[in-house]
Design a protein around this ligand. Structure first.
Ligand SMILES: [Zn+2]
Length: 390
């Protein structure tokens, strides 16, 4: 069936198209144009979203769960529940993200996540059921700094070796697409270059590195930074450290949790100005409590208390209950960025950072018809996956 979607505006997100016409056939975009330039496709069913905006589905490269599900424990069969919840917030693709746990538990979790990724890839049409799909695994740990571990349990932190990295890789059956690592740890540089050679997005974070070490990590193959400012040696103007490198080096992209809790809004603005529209990426770092009432939840092996939107474990911040649509709206409130700029940081910039922009993060002919329909204020009206769900 051929469907023609129309709305008031569309963010590719590199461009804004007025009066867009998005034609979808067999789950893929076959045509993208402006109605002012072209006649409306005939022999297609038309779905008009009025004054709404069409944007690529959000891509969250750092999230631990939601809707009561913790990704270190969930089975492949449970993931569709999380997928539906994420889609209701505009997300169509995400990276399940691990936390530092005992290695044998981590291997088991990676096997389950690999099952879920393979299942989602082989079964893209689900009878009109709309859900975000897991697209690759983000290893947040175990190669993290003791000093900047956040809530990752110290007994589960491991010094990086290529051997351990390879066993994680094997357990995940090659689905590791992102690795957060503290570059100052002994053995880190070797693992950084090994992971980068396998096409993994190596991200520096949970780190107490001084600037020269962070810069060496970039030379070794790191190209991203994990939740900038959080779990990092603080920026000092005479001792800039890892943050000085992250904010000043145009060779790397960087992500941030824009919930207004992890980073104060004026510093969110500083981050956006430093990394710019090309390199700033939004993540949620959301945990199982997202979309659930206040209470006690799991983040892998960690118990987390959630109260008034704040997640803590023994007084330290432990992930968030942020949703990506809110992160996008927050950016427009914390800075002078337009809704399109903010959408770009949650879509194309994320896909580019992890090397997946050929297929994700952009609306273009040939891409899967995964998009979200936003009100002019950035509220999610609907999310379409593989052309279904309208
Ligand atoms: Zn995290």
């Amino acid at each position: 069936m051929k469907i023609a979607f129309t709305a008031s505006r569309l963010f590719t997100p590199l461009e804004e198209i007025l009066h867009p016409l998005l034609v979808v056939e067999d789950g893929r975009i076959t045509e993208l144009s402006s109605i002012t330039g072209n006649a409306v496709a005939t022999n297609a069913r038309t779905v008009d979203f009025g004054d709404a905006i069409l944007a690529p589905g959000f891509f969250d490269i750092h999230m631990h769960g939601g809707a009561g599900l913790d990704l270190m424990r969930a089975s492949a069969a449970e993931l569709p529940r999380l997928g539906r919840f994420l889609a209701s917030h505009g997300v169509t693709g995400y990276f399940p993200t691990t936390v530092a746990a005992p290695l044998d538990e981590t291997y088991k979790a990676l096997g389950r996540l690999a099952d879920a990724i393979e299942q989602a890839a082989s079964d893209t049409r689900r009878n009109g059921e709309v859900q975000a799909h897991p697209l690759g695994i983000h290893l947040e740990g175990p190669f993290l700094s003791h000093k900047r571990r956040g809530v990752h349990p110290p007994e589960n932190l491991v010094e990086p070796t290529s051997k351990i990295f390879d066993s994680l890789w094997q357990a995940a059956r090659g689905h590791v697409r992102m690795l957060t690592i503290a570059p100052e740890l002994p053995g880190a540089m070797e693992v950084i270059s090994e992971a980068a050679q396998r096409g993994v997005c190596v991200s520096i974070g949970h780190s107490d590195a001084e600037l020269p070490i962070a810069r060496d990590a970039v030379a070794a193959g790191a190209r991203h930074a994990t939740h900038t400012f959080n779990a990092m040696r603080p920026l000092d103007h005479r001792d800039p450290g890892i943050i000085g490198e992250v904010l000043s080096d145009d060779r790397i992209t960087a992500d941030l949790i824009a919930d207004g809790i992890h980073v104060a809004p004026p510093v969110v603005k500083v981050f956006l100005q430093a990394k710019g529209q090309d390199r700033a990426v939004l993540i949620t770092d959301a945990i199982s409590a997202t979309g659930m009432p206040d209470g006690r939840y799991h983040l892998g092996p960690i118990e987390v208390d959630v109260k008034d939107g704040k997640c803590t474990s023994n007084g330290s911040l432990a992930g968030s209950v942020l949703t990506m649509d809110r992160a996008v709206r927050n950016v427009t409130q914390f800075s002078n960025w337009s809704l399109r700029d903010a959408v770009r940081a949650a879509t194309l910039n994320a896909a580019r950072a992890v090397g997946m922009s050929e297929q994700f993060g952009m609306l273009a002919a040939g891409h899967a018809a995964n998009f979200t329909v936003l009100s002019p204020a950035g509220e999610v009206i609907k999310t379409i996956v593989a052309g279904e769900g309208f």
